[in-house]
Design a protein around this ligand. Structure first.
Ligand code: MG
Length: 377
């Protein structure tokens, strides 16, 4: 489709109605910025949060959705008196299951963090919705089930994780726009996931033994929520993304590689059997992959940052260090073994990250470890 056709289509149709699941998080707020900058192409029909009621009310007043949902029904409800007229208020995670199935929703943007996303993804796909997926844990824990369900229900899935969006964009150059899920063809040799390397990219093994929560939360290139920032520091984020890519694109773990790229400008690459490599580049800004998913692969003007071509810049690429970042190997192992191994890896990681963030994870060795869960206290 030519750009002028895309523009005309976008201008002539009713706004695409978006359910933003996890509206107060980093991806949710970026998505609302994309919606606000979409010149009427996109509309926030549903907004949900876990507990951030005041933020939700502020967003509801600005975006005038049809429905808002607070997942945790035990929260203080007093700020909700300021919800605009015409916006319904629902509570509880059952209500989230309900709103993602609404027939007036065109796209469900799943931007909550953690394995809680699996249930939402399941409901959206089961209802045949188009799903823009920013949550990686759903695919790590339930990738094979979700992809089978997607095939059965015939919905669409657009990756929002920047690396997977980049691969999706490179693959789309080989086929007609709008085809999804993007299972790789025989012409693809391998996928190369780029990783910034996080704040500890240059730290020695000895230094890594003494990291603090504050050190780990200092990401060099991306500004994200705390869970994914800790995952990036340990490179568990890349491990989860290896598993995510394995299910999303339907290929063996041997055909996935990781390259360290400190500038975070190349968001990932596809190598074809003839040796050609396609890469997707843009400044590190989640609004681009979000917009690409919400506009269903149309290239349209938006609010994402652009390169300043008057500035010099360089692109460095290094092989990963599996000794300093052993989490990476776990990602390849889970991608290879499948089954319930993704559930185990993801659950162990979620518990460990939570404990680390609350200063409850102490450095120890397996020999010193008391029986679970005493080591968390
Ligand atoms: Mg990513």
């Amino acid at each position: 489709m030519e750009l002028t056709d895309q523009k005309e289509n976008a201008e002539n149709r009713a706004p695409r109605n978006i359910a933003v699941i996890g509206a107060s998080g980093s991806i949710g707020l970026n998505a609302l910025d994309v919606i606000a900058s979409s010149r009427g192409r996109l509309r926030a029909g549903v907004l949900t949060v876990n507990r951030s009621v005041s933020k939700l009310v502020e967003l509801a007043r600005r975006f005038k959705p049809d429905v808002i949902v607070v997942a945790d029904s035990a929260v203080d409800r007093s700020p909700l008196t300021d919800v605009p007229i015409g916006t319904d208020v629902l509570f509880g995670s059952d209500s989230i299951d309900e709103v993602v199935r609404r027939p007036d929703i065109d796209i469900v943007l799943l931007s909550i963090v953690g394995v809680a996303g699996l249930r939402v993804a399941w409901n959206a796909i089961d209802a045949g919705q188009t799903l823009a997926l920013a949550n990686k844990e759903a695919l790590v824990a339930g990738g094979s089930l979700l992809m089978d369900l997607l095939e059965d229900r015939g919905g669409k899935l657009y990756p929002v994780d920047s690396e997977h969006s980049a691969i999706f964009q490179c693959l789309l150059s080989r086929r007609r726009a709008g085809t999804t899920p993007c299972i790789v063809g025989r012409d693809v040799e391998r996928l190369i996931l780029t990783a910034s390397g996080g704040p500890f990219r240059t730290w020695s093994l000895a230094q890594l033994k003494n990291v603090t929560v504050k050190d780990a939360l200092k990401h060099p290139t991306w500004n994200m929520g705390s869970k994914i920032t800790i995952d990036s520091a340990s490179m568990m984020n890349k491990a989860l993304e290896i598993v995510e890519a394995r299910w999303l694109f339907g290929l063996d773990s041997e055909r996935i590689q990781v390259a360290i790229h400190p500038q975070s400008l190349i968001h990932s690459m596809v190598e074809f059997v003839d040796g050609a490599v396609l890469a997707q580049l843009s400044p590190p800004d989640m609004r681009l992959p979000i917009q690409f998913a919400l506009d269903e692969t149309a290239r349209l003007p938006g609010s994402a940052r652009k390169f300043d071509w008057k500035q010099a810049f360089s692109l460095d690429l290094y092989p990963p260090d599996f000794e300093r970042f052993p989490a990476l190997e776990l990602g390849f192992e889970v991608a290879k073994n499948g089954g319930s191994s993704g559930v185990v890896l993801n659950a162990a990681n979620e518990v460990a990250v939570e404990a680390f963030l609350n200063n409850r994870l102490i450095r120890t060795t397996l020999k010193e470890l008391p029986p679970y869960p005493a080591f968390l206290n």
